[in-house]
Design a protein around this ligand. Structure first.
Ligand code: GLV
Ligand code: MG
Length: 349
């Protein structure tokens, strides 16, 4: 364990000083694209203008014989595109794969000045982050970067969940964590075959009303991901980093996707992955507070004055704790309004 002062010292001679804070930037959706796909590549400048984060994916969903083309494609796109305020991220291959070392070396030395965050899949413990931390410092020094590239871990192995608190605290480079429900389900040997979302078999049932065990018994589908998301949110917020929901694979089911995203938003996540343009608008809608919530939050904060004591608003008691929740909502609304003139007007901020 490094001492607290050493934590903020560069891990290689000539590497940039680690960031003491993770700056909050709008992060409602991490939009994935495959840089080996020429059609998708051509759309990147247009899509980048519509999203908070655009991510060149090198890992799963990219075929083995396309791994090098994807890496090279990302270098070309990053060099040719002005991303404006949109963050550029990449998801590298897993740490046990034959491609990951070249992913790091090529991307940091060739486009490190444009990359905000590197997403690392299948993180199992703090040791994985420590490895990436030192390697990135060495490469940043070689590339002459003046700010550190941040790291985002995917929570998608049973070991990762067991160690999520130490992963979140492993380095000042840690920017956040995403739930990866597909790999996590496989790693845990869950008996599902989906990418995120619920399952009709995972339910509770009301008690029998008579002799007949089937008649009149209502069932309620339960949330497979509640425990993991809640635990991830606590691990992230306790370490001042950002939690995200990951992928929702049923692209056609925009309704259930919205439900999954909203559950994550209400539990504290700042965004989710979008795997198709249709999910961009869902994430934008869900991860931006509603104008009604913002108006209510403003009323409470104004009525509470210095934040002490209690007031009644529409028959409900408001105090320091509800005022703090309203401030969370207002801070987010403010940060989003600064980027989005439409929201600024809707929120009347
Ligand atoms: C994402 O990578 C997942 O496995 O769900
Ligand atoms: Mg995965």
């Amino acid at each position: 364990m490094r001492n607290p002062r050493a934590f903020l010292r560069p891990l290689a001679v000539g590497a940039p000083t680690p960031a003491a804070e993770i700056p909050f930037r709008p992060s409602r959706m991490i939009h994935f694209f495959d840089p080996s796909n020429e059609k998708m590549k051509a759309k990147v400048p247009d899509i980048a203008a519509k999203v908070d984060i655009i991510l060149g994916n090198l890992e799963d969903a990219v075929k083995t014989d396309k791994k090098e083309a994807a890496r090279q494609g990302l270098v070309e796109i990053a060099q040719a595109t002005d991303f404006g305020q949109t963050q550029l991220w990449t998801r590298v291959n897993s740490l046990d794969s034959p491609w990951v070392l070249d992913d790091f070396i090529t991307l940091v030395t060739e486009i490190g000045h444009k990359l905000d965050v590197i997403m690392v899949p299948k993180v199992e413990g703090a040791e994985d982050i420590h490895y990436v931390d030192r390697l990135l410092a060495q490469l940043e020094a070689r590339a002459g970067l003046d700010r550190p590239i941040l790291v985002h871990a995917i929570l998608e192995t049973a070991a990762g969940v067991a160690n999520v608190e130490e992963i979140a605290a492993a380095s000042p480079r840690m920017q956040g964590i995403s739930l990866g429900p597909a790999d996590l389900a496989a790693s845990r040997r869950m008996k599902t075959t989906r990418v995120g979302g619920g399952h009709p078999g995972y339910l509770v049932r009301t008690d029998p009303v008579g002799e007949d065990l089937t008649e009149g018994r209502t069932t309620y589908q339960q949330d497979l991901w509640h425990y993991t998301i809640a635990r991830m949110v606590d691990a992230c917020t306790a370490n001042d980093i950002l939690p995200f929901y990951g992928p929702f694979g049923d692209i056609k089911d925009v309704v259930a996707c919205e439900d999954q995203f909203r559950n994550a938003f209400l539990l504290g996540c700042v965004g989710a992955w979008s795997l198709h343009p249709v999910q961009i608008d869902i994430a934008k809608r869900v991860f931006s507070p509603t104008p009604e919530d913002v108006a209510h939050a403003k009323r409470v904060v104004e009525a509470m004055g210095d934040g002490s004591g209690a007031v009644m608003i529409d028959g409900k008691m408001e105090d320091d704790a509800s005022c703090k929740q309203c401030l969370v909502m207002l801070d987010l609304a403010q940060a989003l309004a600064e980027r989005d003139p439409e929201l600024k007007e809707l929120y009347d901020l």
